[in-house]
Design a binder for this molecule. Structure first.
Ligand SMILES: Cc1ncc(COP(=O)(O)O)c(C=O)c1O
Length: 484
């Protein structure tokens, strides 16, 4: 069933030919609760699974195909070697599965690093890509286009409905009420760069030439451009590129002491991830966030939530902060990764009171807000926001958590806490080097995982992953831990 806001938006967009009539929702499997309960009980074994102890996907492949060999050789010669990658060449995907050029199949729990919310090769996304690209692909920001306006409106409407950005859950669209504006870019970095620029300008409006400092937090990750890198407080990313943007102060996540000294009258922006992704799946404590936002309001600093990895339904709600009280909400939210399921897009969503400082010419982009990116973004966001989709996600992510929470009991010397919520989950490992070992062992058994921070294995699968796939991933992880 479509929810009212979505049904209406769909009708309008179909009518205006923004959504092709051929786009169909791919249904998510939706078992009844009794079915789920009996299956979950069966799926919660009393001992760790050891069925996947043998290597099924040797890496490198014992006899790699000529395509694999040639691609790796060309990459060695011509691709800037800034990524440490295993010698696997991916060729195609479907749902939560990918295949390499040697015909081997992997269960993808990296989700393209929290991007492929609807999985690989989704039919609705492909259909939208085809139809919009044959109609109007790019037109530049010298002109309006309907998909950008539709996506911006949907983002604001959903934020009001679900809560976030100062709107309590269930806020209705009402003419004349407090509004919000969207700026579209092409990536997460660019969204954060835009948000920092907006906050700088607000700072100057509010406090003059000295209100320019920015506060960020240890282990944060906000991107690789100079502005975003300057607030990404991890030395391995920053050190080779100093000097960075001056006037950045670094706080400790969830530490209340010293907030008065950290955020001052000179602070124009405070940027924070409600759940740090790259830094190790570290969640912000809501009581700490209340104090942080309160201090920012006292000093007139703009609060930016970077929800690029944790937002857009990854936690089971539109925003990781949707369920928090409004006094813990930000002034600006940045997003990117899953918004167009892998087609490049990023966006900055801000309250009108913040947006009013930005006038024609103060910021811009050539590609951002293209009809193609925004029509895919609309399609993806509309599907993610369906009640049926969200309840499926909540059930499958709860199953994953129940499975993973047993690990520390079975492997007390290896496994610490399970961190995160929904489908942004970190398994903390106690011994140095084990995250990489587990990732390699899992890969050799056909399961793709990611690291995070210094001590963590990260699971950020597609949001429509099935219960069977979640159970399979948990089985393989248990087998790998048994091998350690
Ligand atoms: C929280 C967060 N912010 C910003 C970024 C940068 O996004 P992008 O790589 O799209 O520029 C990332 C990427 O991993 C991220 O996780």
């Amino acid at each position: 069933m479509l929810r009212p806001v979505s049904r209406q938006a769909h009708r309008t967009l179909r009518h205006r030919n923004i959504l092709p009539s051929t786009v169909r929702y791919t249904s998510v499997s939706s078992p009844s609760s009794s079915e789920l309960l009996s299956r979950s009980a069966a799926e919660l074994p009393n001992a760790p699974n050891t069925a996947y102890s043998a290597v099924t996907h040797p890496i490198p492949a014992a006899e790699p195909s000529s395509r694999t060999r040639e691609t790796l050789a060309l990459a060695r010669d011509h691709i800037l070697p800034v990524y440490a990658r295993p010698p696997i060449v991916l060729e195609r995907g479907k749902g939560s599965w990918v295949w390499d050029c040697d015909g081997r199949k992997y269960l993808d729990f990296t989700g393209g690093i929290a991007v492929n919310a609807l999985g690989h090769a989704d039919e609705g996304v492909s259909e939208m890509l085809k139809s919009q690209s044959s109609k109007l692909l790019h037109s530049s920001n010298a002109f309006y286009n309907e998909p950008a306006v539709a996506l911006a409106s949907l983002l604001v409407t959903l934020t009001k409905r679900e809560g976030g950005l100062g709107y309590p859950t269930g806020t209705r669209d009402a003419p004349g009420g407090p509004g919000a504006k969207v700026f579209f870019g092409n990536s997460g970095t660019e969204a954060n760069e835009g948000a920092l620029k907006v906050a700088r300008k607000v700072g100057k409006d509010r406090g003059g030439a000295t209100k320019t400092e920015i506060v960020c937090f240890q282990q944060s990750f906000h991107g690789r451009s100079f502005g975003a890198l300057s607030v990404t407080s991890t030395s391995k990313y920053q050190d080779p590129f100093v000097p960075l943007v001056p006037g950045v102060r670094v706080g400790v996540l969830n530490q209340s002491e010293g907030l008065e000294d950290l955020i001052t009258e000179n602070t124009c922006a405070v940027i924070v991830e409600p759940i740090q992704g790259e830094g190790g799946v570290n969640s912000v404590d809501v009581q700490w966030m209340r104090k942080l936002v309160q201090r920012a309001r006292q000093t007139g600093a703009v609060v930016i939530f970077d929800e690029i990895q944790c937002g857009l339904y990854r936690t089971g709600a539109l925003w990781a902060h949707s369920s928090w009280p409004v006094e813990c909400h930000p002034d600006i939210v940045t997003m990117a990764k899953p918004l167009a399921n892998g087609y490049p897009i990023g966006a900055v969503l801000m309250r009108d009171i913040i947006a009013k400082t930005m006038t024609a010419g103060t910021h811009g982009t050539t590609f951002g807000g293209s009809p193609l990116a925004c029509s895919i973004g609309f399609h993806v966001l509309d599907r993610l926001s369906q009640g049926e989709f969200v309840s499926h996600l909540k059930r499958t992510s709860a199953l994953l958590l129940r499975r993973l929470e047993r690990l520390s009991g079975w492997f007390p010397e290896l496994v610490g806490r399970i961190r995160g919520r929904g489908f942004i989950i970190g398994i903390a490992l106690l011994r140095e080097g084990d995250p990489q070992r587990v990732i390699e062992l899992a890969r050799e058994r056909g399961l793709l995982l990611l690291p995070a921070g210094k001590d963590c294995v990260r699971l950020v699968p597609s949001l429509n992953v099935s219960e069977a796939e979640v159970s399979h991933a948990a089985d393989v992880i248990e087998s790998c831990l048994s091998l350690l």
